[in-house]
Design a protein around this ligand. Structure first.
Ligand code: SF4
Ligand code: SF4
Length: 463
């Protein structure tokens, strides 16, 4: 029988921090870089100009749905230029150097958003605090009057992490179960007609089952990676069909992680803007894990220095975990709300392949749970023939990452599929920038902002 190289990783239980208390709180960085796009579907328009002074929590951008983006630090807008994001997309970003200034008040946030706080609806409160209301589809054109919280029939809270080396949801659930249960009650008041389901790791379910109220359906998830894929579990437990664009809201279903539930509750209860993110930093050899709370827009290099993972001198840094993550061009790439982890690979863990070209070995199509012609899609996208690539239904891909993992040529197959989906429509005027020929300003920003912060922090500067 053919040995499966994935068995070791796929059957590995999720890694767990040694101590549940071990969540590191990273101080404000010298500067932040805030990309104006998340998930390629939430383009933001920035409301600041180079040289503007900004205060912590001030709204600096809004998307077409009215969802706001705040600066996590006070300071000065140093520059606005396109960068390569953690998701491999070339997008404009605002660079802010840390400086003096108090945080803006809640009233000021609502004033910037454009509503009286006493008249703000739940939708307004969430958008003003930087959260896309989870009952609205992400595709703006699809929103209609039917998309109200009262129409939602299922709420699925994800209490585990799909990726083998990431453990954010598990740890937050373990450490803040009372806050999570309060969040459930709160969601019930907003979405009174919805069935609530909590998905959690199999072993952990046994520990919490007596504490979870009977009206919440607790479902245990196997440690096997394929069995953990959300796009398999959500249709099963919400009794809906698989949605390749994850717009489950179109099927009256809300899917949110434990972390997002806590952020959402804090936004409504305490008017707390969404400016921080938990992530797991992991190394395989030697094995090491840390969980850290960062400000949005903090560079990978600062995070590795703070968590002391820079000592491993990684050969490759993967943002998002080993299965679905994306290798980074640069360790100055900023991390934001959509990145759950950094996974580091050493020189010995990167096996050499025959290069960049597909050898037609068919490993990718044998492993694909949806039987997609992955290698063909990849080859068409490589030569920018998006029309042909789309004949092989890349939209069905659940982005599990298995094909990339087994490809001996180490081809970026999931990225090819994402590009096929993004640019498959010939009418799309925004052509992809698959060539990394545009110089990144990140190095220049890092040199300027780090030295400015050092000057500002020096005793001489305070006189
Ligand atoms: S990521 Fe690869 S293996 Fe997974 S569903 Fe998509 S094409 Fe198939
Ligand atoms: S696994 Fe890689 S090399 Fe093999 S057919 Fe698929 S894309 Fe080509």
């Amino acid at each position: 029988m053919r040995s499966n190289p994935l068995n070791k990783l796929l059957n590995k239980p999720p890694s767990v921090c040694v101590s549940h208390d071990e969540i590191l709180d990273m101080p404000e960085p010298d500067y932040v870089v805030l990309p104006m796009d998340y998930t390629q579907r939430e383009l933001y328009s920035w409301k600041v100009a180079i040289g503007d002074k900004v205060r912590q929590n001030q709204i600096i951008a809004k998307n077409s749905m009215g969802v706001c983006l705040h600066t996590p630090i006070s300071g000065t807008v140093f520059d606005i230029k396109p960068i390569w994001s953690e998701g491999g997309i070339h997008i404009p970003a605002v660079c802010i150097t840390r400086g003096e200034g108090d945080a803006v008040s809640v009233d000021e946030i609502f004033e910037q958003y454009g509503v009286n706080p006493k008249e703000a609806t739940v939708d307004d409160q969430l958008k003003a605090m930087g959260i896309h209301p989870p009952w609205l589809p992400l595709s703006t054109s699809a929103v209609s009057e039917e998309h109200t919280p009262e129409a939602i029939e299922n709420v699925v809270i994800v209490g585990f992490d799909e990726e083998p080396e990431i453990n954010i949801q598990y740890n937050l659930l373990a450490q803040r179960l009372n806050d999570v249960l309060e969040g459930f009650s709160f969601l019930k008041t907003i979405m009174p007609n919805a069935t609530q389901v909590l998905l959690a790791d199999r072993n952990f379910c046994k520990q919490i089952k007596d504490q979870v109220p009977g009206e919440i359906q607790l479902k245990s998830i196997s440690p096997n990676y394929s069995a953990r894929l959300l796009d398999r579990n959500i249709p099963k437990y919400a009794n809906i069909r698989f949605d390749h664009h994850r717009d489950y809201a179109l099927q009256k279903t809300v899917v949110i992680s434990i972390e997002r539930l806590l952020v959402l509750t804090a936004a409504i209860k305490n008017s707390q803007p969404f400016t921080t993110k938990y992530l797991t930093v992991s190394n395989k050899m030697p094995s090491d894990h840390k969980m850290v709370l960062i400000h949005h827009g903090t560079s990978i290099r600062s995070i590795l220095n703070f968590t002391e993972f820079s000592k491993y001198q990684p050969e490759s840094i993967i943002a998002g975990g080993p299965m679905k993550g994306i290798s980074q061009f640069n360790n100055l790439t900023p991390l934001t709300r959509s990145c759950d982890g950094l996974h580091l690979l050493g020189e010995k863990e990167i096996t050499s392949g025959p290069g960049d070209h597909c050898t037609n070995c068919a490993a990718c199509i044998r492993i694909c749970p949806l039987n997609l012609q992955v290698h063909l899609i990849g080859r068409y996208v490589e030569f920018e023939n998006f029309t042909s690539a789309n004949e092989y239904h890349p939209e069905q891909c659940m982005e599990c990452g298995l094909c990339s993992y087994v490809c001996p040529a180490q081809r970026p197959l999931v990225q090819f599929i994402k590009l096929a989906n993004q640019y498959g429509n010939q009418k799309n005027e925004h052509k992809p920038q698959t060539q990394c020929s545009i110089e990144s300003p990140l190095e220049e920003w890092d040199q300027h902002c780090s030295s400015s912060a050092a000057m500002a922090d020096s005793p001489a500067a305070s006189h």
